[in-house]
Design a protein around this ligand. Structure first.
Ligand code: PAF
Length: 279
């Protein structure tokens, strides 16, 4: 397993794979890898001859008041986990390799990036994500790139960006990997105190109950109102709990409006958790 630090080297290494007729999968990450990331890597290995995992904590997707400085970094553990899975390349640029002096271009996504979910609370986020993901796709030129459904809106935004910019890659989403108690795996779960960790699975439990009430015919606005109150009663500060069209993320008023996805973001102490499920 090679660790690569410069754009020129990653391009050369990936070109050699392609020249040998080998397909390439890219798993973009910010490190602090958990079982969700490793599931993406396993799927990548099944789908392609070569697997590249990028590890880059992308400053462009954090606002100044967010956790860029304290975002979990676990280089040695990440390396060990990826080496156990026999990943081919780890692409780990420094900030100056990704954004050299004079860097002045930023993608401004719309469509699913402007639907009043994550974008309403983190307005800088999807511009930073799409800019770095476009760069990663152009640097590695993979056949497929894999993302977890835990960041459901991100998956939709990245898919639209690759299509709109004619980047020849297939974006593949993988269902959320959960702890035994239902909590969606996230690098930020490391921030939770013991009591917050005990409360955190409520989010998934409420989502599941809400989905089953909607399936059994409860009007969507009622089901959402009950679930919002339950989340707040469990000690969360709720950013949103919304029912959206699973493909477009447009608001839906009833199940008849299309496949429904429930999406939630809520804060427990200093930790912001997001989750989603299909109805
Ligand atoms: O989901 C993430 O970890 C990040 O947003 C991504 C896609 C690696 C871009 O920095």
């Amino acid at each position: 397993m090679r660790v690569i630090r410069t754009v020129a080297t990653v391009r050369r290494a990936c070109a050699r794979f392609r020249d040998a007729g080998e397909s390439i999968a890219l798993v973009p990450t910010m490190g602090a890898l958990h079982a969700g990331h490793l599931a993406l890597v396993r799927l990548a290995k099944r789908r392609c001859d070569r697997v590249v995992v990028s590890i880059f904590v992308n400053p462009a997707q954090f606002a100044p008041n967010e956790d860029f400085g304290s975002y979990p970094r676990a280089w040695d553990a990440d390396l060990a986990a990826l080496s156990a899975l026999a990943v081919d390349l780890i692409w780990a640029p420094g900030v100056r390799d990704m954004y050299p002096e004079g860097f002045a271009t930023r993608i401004e996504p719309a469509g699913p990036a402007k639907v009043g979910l994550e974008d309403a609370f983190r307005p800088h986020f999807f511009g930073g994500v799409t800019t770095v993901v476009a760069k990663l796709l152009l640097q590695v030129a993979p056949d497929i790139a894999l993302f977890g459904e835990k960041d459901y809106q991100q998956l939709k935004v990245v898919t639209a960006m690759a299509k709109d910019l004619d980047i020849p890659v297939k974006i593949v989403g993988l269902p959320t990997v959960r702890e035994k108690d239902g909590l969606a795996m996230s690098s930020r779960n490391a921030y939770l105190s013991a009591s917050e960790r005990a409360a955190a699975p409520t989010l998934h439990r409420v989502l599941k109950d809400c989905a089953s009430h909607i399936k059994t015919g409860r009007p969507l606005p009622d089901a959402l109102a009950v679930s919002r109150a339950q989340i707040e009663r469990a000690g969360f500060v709720l950013d949103y709990l919304e029912a959206r069209h699973a493909d477009t993320l447009a608001p839906v008023m009833s199940r008849k409006d299309g496949p429904v996805r429930l999406l939630v973001a809520a804060r427990l102490g200093r930790t912001r958790l997001i989750d989603n499920i299909g109805v």
